[in-house]
Ligand binder design. Structure first.
Ligand code: FBP
Length: 344
């Protein structure tokens, strides 16, 4: 379908221009037993997104560029904006009564809800500010989140976090780029909302996003080539070798922020990968709050997400901050990658 008529179709879409809140309330009405907790949780997430977005756009003025000198559980240098985003999410999510437990890339252990607040039936895990290395150089960064239902009857604990990706009730990200967008799925398609800062509302701008079945772009940090398994090198070489009959060579695109590289892949197609290598034996990206949420969004948009050995959504988590190799993107492109890259 020509791009223009696709855009017309979007503009004609019944919900186009709805606020995130209205979109959620309409969906809530479709579930007679709904308590409103899910909608409220997303309102808290959206609030955190707006606060972080305003601070990101002024970071240079607000003395929020640069690092804190501390390192996190991943051994990474903690950026000042990482701390701001992490605290903002915790404060927005802990008090509403929808959440029983949180987990963050920046915090070693699961984050309990203070006893003064009621505990809800959702568990939320997040990467408060993905793409930390790009904060100071004004390149798109983002917040990634994954929502599960609480399993524990008694006090919530690590087992509430260590759930398979296929059990997620919702997943999404908030990208802070040329515009701020809130993209999510709750198992019924993928929808994108753009923030109008002058109104302070997220408006539906990308209803029912579908990932092209095949793309023309590949995204991987080729600087790690020497560390890769030969089969990974051969796969990347295959993508860039001219083969007009099969739409090759693909063009390389790598921003170095998962949220941004994934967002482009979601809209334009192609494949993003962070393979395992001799340095990162299990890859670099974290399963629970990076790979799993992106995998749910990709599959809901018609794409695929694999570790190379199995679908990311099937991986059974064993640790809060465990890493997995990731091949994600258009269905046919990920199938090609999995067919070519050596299994464990
Ligand atoms: P954090 O910034 O949240 O630690 O995320 C890791 C990340 O920055 C991803 O966003 C990105 O895809 C990857 O690391 C880039 O890694 P590298 O610099 O090794 O290519």
């Amino acid at each position: 379908m020509a791009e223009d008529s696709r855009v017309d179709e979007i503009h004609r879409a019944e919900h186009y221009g709805w606020t995130l809140e209205r979109f959620l309330l309409e969906r809530q009405r479709a579930f007679p037993g709904a308590t409103g907790e899910f909608t409220q949780l997303f309102q808290q997430l959206a609030l955190a997104g707006k606060i972080i977005s305003s601070r990101v756009s002024q970071a240079g003025l607000a003395g929020l560029l640069g690092h804190t000198g501390k390192t996190n559980v991943q051994g990474e240098t903690v950026q000042k904006m990482d701390v701001f985003a992490n605290n903002t999410l915790i404060h927005c999510l802990e008090s509403g009564g929808q959440v029983c437990l949180m987990a963050s890339e920046e915090v070693d252990d699961p984050i309990p809800i203070p006893t003064r607040y009621p505990k809800g039936r959702y568990v939320i895990m997040f990467d408060p500010l993905d793409g930390s290395t790009n904060i100071d150089v004004n390149i798109s960064i983002g917040t990634i989140f994954s929502v599960h239902k609480r399993l524990s009857a008694g006090d919530p604990g690590i087992s509430d976090c260590l759930q398979q990706g296929s059990k997620q009730v919702a997943a999404g990200y908030i990208i802070f780029g040329s515009s701020c967008m809130f993209v999510f799925t709750s198992g019924d398609g993928v929808h994108g909302f753009t923030l109008d800062p002058s109104v302070g509302e997220f408006f539906l701008s990308h209803p029912d996003i579908r990932m092209p079945e095949r793309g023309k772009l590949y995204s991987v940090n080729e600087g790690n080539q020497a560390l890769w398994d030969p089969s990974v090198r051969e796969w990347v070489e295959w993508l860039r070798t001219p083969d007009r009959a099969n739409g090759k060579p693909y063009s390389g695109r790598y921003i170095g922020t998962l949220v941004a590289d994934f967002h482009r892949t979601l809209l334009k197609g192609g494949v993003f990968a962070y393979p395992a290598d001799v340095k990162n034996k299990h890859g670099k990206l974290r399963l629970l709050y990076e790979a799993s949420p992106m995998a749910l969004i990709a599959t809901q948009a018609g794409g695929l997400a694999s570790t190379g050995d199995e679908p990311v959504l099937d991986v059974i988590p064993t640790e809060l901050h465990q890493r997995v190799p990731l091949f994600i993107g258009s269905k046919l492109d990920v199938e090609d990658a999995v067919a070519r890259v050596k299994r464990k």
